[in-house]
Ligand binder design. Structure first.
Ligand SMILES: Nc1ncnc2c1ncn2[C@@H]1O[C@H](COP(=O)(O)OP(=O)(O)OP(=O)(O)O)[C@@H](O)[C@H]1O
Ligand SMILES: [Mg+2]
Length: 395
């Protein structure tokens, strides 16, 4: 087991724009880190540079405190599990797991046997040891691939979208299994995915990449509650954070539906700006008849144009008009996020028992304390800085 430390890692293919740009990231011994981001953002490239399958253009890759840039993959002692975990179809589960051990000349048979059986026990594969991979379920095959990684006593596990070939149900099961196994083994793990749920549930920390640049590295909760910029805010969360044009005027803030008095730190952050983007998550609205409206909430009426009732939750959609400048920022954001054009509407998550009709006016309450303010030019979360600054000032 080992730490993985990346210092200013760059990867450039030919004359193209760099696929990975100046990434610095320290992964603790035993830590589970998720690399996430839209397609093409450099996740696989970064992972492959850790393992040694891709040359590093510049920067230092340190594993267990040692620089490994020039070391071939076999000397790095890392175990990689790919999306297509290539098992050997003609070999039994036992031999598939034993495979990496047999590559070492002089490996003792009883030693191999002990390791394979230990791994099979951990992975609950003991009863399948004599089977061929073709006669296993997708999840069992996945576990065989992990068994191969386990027997090697690797310093770290590296996964590249290992679950993306599985159906939704199995993916859920395997997700839990990988999390459990990682805790049990305590092996440093880097896991690439573009699946939100995997990113939020699996890791100790999540590293979000955009076009090869690291945007934020934080716990899932911090990423969700304190996104550093528009991109992070828009990427994490489903349905995504609502983005609205926001016009500060003195201590008043004007949103499409409501104008309210800003709390002091918000007013401070908004100072000097004419037009901002306000971000607020769907769950930070409630129906006005809610028994316990949040503190610092403002109420307003809005025309609901679509309602989605899902049994355990309910979403109401409220259209709005945004000025050109905000529209452009939001369209660019949608492009970066690999998504469709941003709809000019907010999504509000309501109690499923709330009765709201299409075409009706709903009286809603918004929790102002949960509002984020973004600079439309830079995308920076202005309030985050302001809050921290005021905390620093108090300290
Ligand atoms: N061998 C290569 N030669 C040239 N460009 C490459 C090569 N491999 C990857 N790239 C480019 O580098 C960028 C990052 O690719 P990478 O495979 O790391 O993305 P990713 O984040 O893993 O995406 P996905 O989610 O689609 O797997 C992409 O723009 C890709 O086209
Ligand atoms: Mg990839």
């Amino acid at each position: 087991m080992a730490t993985i430390e990346m210092k200013n890692i760059v990867k450039q293919y030919g004359d193209n724009a760099p696929a990975v740009r100046d990434v610095s990231l320290e992964i603790d011994d035993g830590e589970f880190v998720i690399l996430v981001g839209p397609s093409g953002c450099g996740k696989s490239t970064l992972l492959r540079m850790i393992v040694g399958l891709e040359e590093i253009t510049s920067g230092d890759m340190m594993i267990g405190g040692e620089r490994v840039n020039e070391k071939p993959p076999r000397d790095r002692n890392l175990a990689m599990v790919f999306q297509n975990y290539a098992l050997y179809p003609h070999l039994s589960v036992y031999e598939n797991i034993a495979f990496p051990l047999r590559l070492h000349k002089g490996a003792k048979e009883d030693e191999i046997d002990r390791k394979v059986r230990d791994a099979a026990e951990t992975l609950e594969l003991t009863e399948f040891l004599e089977r061929k991979p073709a006669n296993l379920s997708g999840g069992q095959r996945q576990r065989v691939a992990m068994g191969r990684a386990i027997v090697r006593d690797a310093q770290a596990f590296l996964f590249d979208e290992p679950l993306s070939n599985l159906d939704a149900k199995l993916r859920g099961q395997m997700r839990t299994e990988i999390a459990r196994l990682q805790r049990k083994l305590g092996v440093t793990t880097v896991y690439v995915t573009h699946d939100q749920t995997e990113a939020m549930t699996l890791g100790d920390r999540v590293a979000l990449l955009k076009k090869g640049v690291l945007q934020q590295v934080a716990t899932p909760r911090e990423l969700y509650e304190k996104p550093v910029n528009l991109f992070v805010a828009g990427f994490i969360g489903s349905p995504p954070m609502n983005m609205l044009p926001a016009r500060p005027k003195g201590d008043q803030m004007e949103l499409p539906f409501v104008t309210f008095t800003m709390p002091p730190e918000m007013a401070k952050a908004a100072e000097g700006h004419e037009l901002l983007i306000a971000g607020i998550r769907p769950e930070h609205f409630v129906d006005a008849s809610s028994p316990q409206p949040p503190e610092g909430a403002v109420s307003f009426n809005a025309d609901v144009d679509v309602v989605e009732w899902l049994g355990n939750e309910q979403y109401a959609y409220i259209p709005f008009e945004a000025p050109e400048q905000v529209r452009k920022t939001l369209d660019d954001l949608a492009k970066d996020l690999d998504g469709e054009k941003m709809q000019q509407q907010i999504v509000v998550s309501l109690e499923p028992t709330t009765r709201v009709g299409v075409g009706e006016q709903a009286e809603l309450i918004m929790d102002v304390s949960k509002l984020h303010l973004f600079d439309p030019e830079t995308g920076d979360n202005l309030l985050l800085g302001a809050k921290e600054k005021s905390e620093d000032a108090q300290a």
